[in-house]
Design a protein around this ligand. Structure first.
Ligand code: GUN
Length: 298
């Protein structure tokens, strides 16, 4: 009898959903308040977003960034450049924005179409306006731990963990994916918060065994449903960075949510998980950039 009711409880068990919608609203509210304070000093934070080519997913992200700017009172400048444009046109635009006092933050939406050198574009952005924190100078600051801005997705994830009272200290964290945008900085932020970090990637041997030991799993692979229930341990905290569009038009993450949710203690949904946090952090970074730039001018 007892084991039957226990079994039932196990079947009923559900993870706490980490709502990026809820946390991002709180972050944007705070950013909007800081914008109000800046406006009282005659400062209007401005964010320039550059989109090269017409990748549909990138267009949606850029549109969402514009909406978030409007909500927070940040001035947004959008630059749409055809994929046929030359690299030099892109560099000249970045230079122009570097020197524009109305622009505090510059973001060039990645990935860039073939033929564009992403790292060179990133290197061209003035570090103090690099609201992605992708410039080598900012990456160096992150390594040392004396950064002023952090890459939006990993920083948004840390914010979400803090909001729900999840402390990475002493926990084992497995990051799947080693991109400069998510995987590497994510590992660094977890390390700074005293997690024991492992980075897995396409050449990792025994991935399933490694992931199944983790207290925190961060999946940033770009493959729908890559993380399955048999890969995670009971009670794991599962963070899904993936945003994949299926053939039926539905969005899905890198985690098999339906299967993992009963096993996890906390899990992020897609949509409504990490995605909104990325944009909210971008708003916060733009406000921080505006504050710092005006501090220097005083
Ligand atoms: N593409 C996907 N995520 C990002 C991001 O955080 N910043 C930029 N610039 N491009 C992206």
């Amino acid at each position: 009898m007892k084991s039957k009711s226990l079994k039932k409880a196990r079947v009923m068990k559900m993870a706490q959903i980490l709502s990026g919608k809820e946390v991002s609203a709180a972050v944007k509210k705070k950013a909007a308040l800081e914008v109000e304070r800046l406006k009282e000093r005659g400062i209007v934070p401005g964010l320039a977003v550059i989109l090269v080519g017409d990748d549909p997913a990138s267009k949606v992200y850029v549109g969402n960034k514009k909406k978030a700017c409007e909500l927070c009172g940040i001035r947004s400048f959008e630059y749409l450049i055809p994929a046929s444009a030359s690299e030099d046109e892109l560099y000249s635009l970045v230079e122009k924005l570097n020197n524009d006092p109305e622009v505090n933050g510059i973001l060039c939406q990645l990935p860039l179409p073939e033929g564009f050198d992403e790292q060179r574009v990133i290197n061209t952005i003035k570090p103090e306006k690099d609201v992605d924190a992708f410039h080598p100078e900012n990456v160096g600051h992150i390594m040392i731990g004396d950064h002023t801005m952090l890459p939006c997705t990993p920083a948004g994830i840390m914010e979400m963990l803090d909001y729900y009272g999840i402390d990475p200290d002493g926990k084992s964290c497995v990051v799947i994916g080693r991109s400069n945008i998510v995987g590497k900085p994510m590992a660094m932020l977890m390390l700074q918060r005293n997690a024991t970090v492992t980075i897995c990637h396409s050449h990792t041997k025994g991935l399933k065994e490694i992931v199944s030991q983790a207290d925190i799993v961060v999946a940033s692979v770009g493959k729908p449903g890559f993380v399955t229930a048999d890969m995670i341990k009971e009670g794991a905290i599962v963070i899904d960075v993936g945003i994949n569009r299926l053939e039926n038009g539905k969005l899905c993450g890198d985690v098999d949510f339906e299967a993992c949710e009963p096993k996890a203690s906390y899990i992020t949904p897609v949509p409504g998980g990490v995605g909104p946090m990325t944009i909210a952090t971008l708003m916060q970074n733009t406000v921080t950039a505006a504050e710092i730039q005006n501090r220097k001018d005083d």
